[in-house]
Design a protein around this ligand. Structure first.
Ligand code: DX5
Ligand code: ZN
Length: 229
């Protein structure tokens, strides 16, 4: 099977109703989400706390597709098994989270999940140059992680560099932070295939009125795909 480089929209449940995660996950999938992006924050690596592996396990039965877990925590390694057992399909760790990202990615694969590596805006593409054979996804942060709803930081050159480095390898490029109809075309054109969007997906909708989620997802997808037309 050929590697899927088509555009995938991954709503971040950081922008969902925290009292209704199960229903929110079902709503965004019903409205066309490709993956569900789950932001884990520890109040140490980033200046905010969200939730941990117990919450991931609780929402897993409400997600039919890919559960994409973004760990903004340090250290990472002691928690890998817990997130894998919670049912994460992809576990992404930050290259800045510790001195042994190579070991961390090996451990994620060893736990049975796909291994992702995330780069903060200040970290160059070259930080992953020696990790490509043990990586399934590179997450390019287009905000400084910690909060939803922040202003997009242009990382076009980094995305292009990574796309060239990846070549034919089966590695996704994911963009996370400030993705909306305006910013999606540029990142898609530069080579990204997974677009995380929190506020731009959940804006205007709710579990009792989920249709706006679908409108938002379609608008972002159309904007991103438009660059190929
Ligand atoms: C930032 C998170 C992102 C964020 C995306 O720390 O990793 O996933 O919630 O939210 P928006 O799309 O609102 O920037
Ligand atoms: Zn994220």
């Amino acid at each position: 099977m050929t590697f899927d480089r088509s555009i995938k929209i991954a709503p971040s449940i950081l922008a969902a109703d925290f009292a209704n995660f199960g229903a929110e996950c079902e709503a965004i999938e019903a409205q066309g989400a490709d993956w569900v992006h789950v932001d884990v924050m520890d109040g140490h690596f980033v200046p905010n706390i969200s939730f941990g592996p117990t919450t991931c396990a609780a929402i897993r039965p409400h997600i039919k597709g890919v559960m994409d877990v973004h760990l903004m925590i340090s250290p990472v390694d002691p928690y890998i098994d817990a997130f894998a057992q919670a049912g994460a399909d992809i576990i992404t760790a930050h290259v800045e989270a510790g001195p042994h990202i190579h070991r961390t990615l090996q451990a994620i694969r060893g736990a049975g999940a796909k291994a992702g590596v995330a780069l903060n805006p200040g970290t160059p593409a070259e930080a992953v140059a020696h990790l490509l054979d043990i990586t399934d996804l590179i997450c390019v942060m287009t905000v400084n992680p910690g909060f939803g709803g922040q202003k997009f930081i242009d990382m076009t050159d980094k995305i292009k560099t990574l796309r060239a480095m990846i070549g034919d390898r089966p590695i996704h490029i994911e963009i996370d932070g400030g993705v909306d109809v305006k910013t999606a075309p540029g990142v898609a054109q530069a080579g990204a295939d997974v677009l995380v969007a929190g506020s731009a997906v959940f804006r205007g909708g709710s579990v009792t009125d989920p249709a706006p989620y679908g409108d938002n997802i379609r608008a972002i997808r159309t904007a991103a795909q438009g660059v190929y037309v």
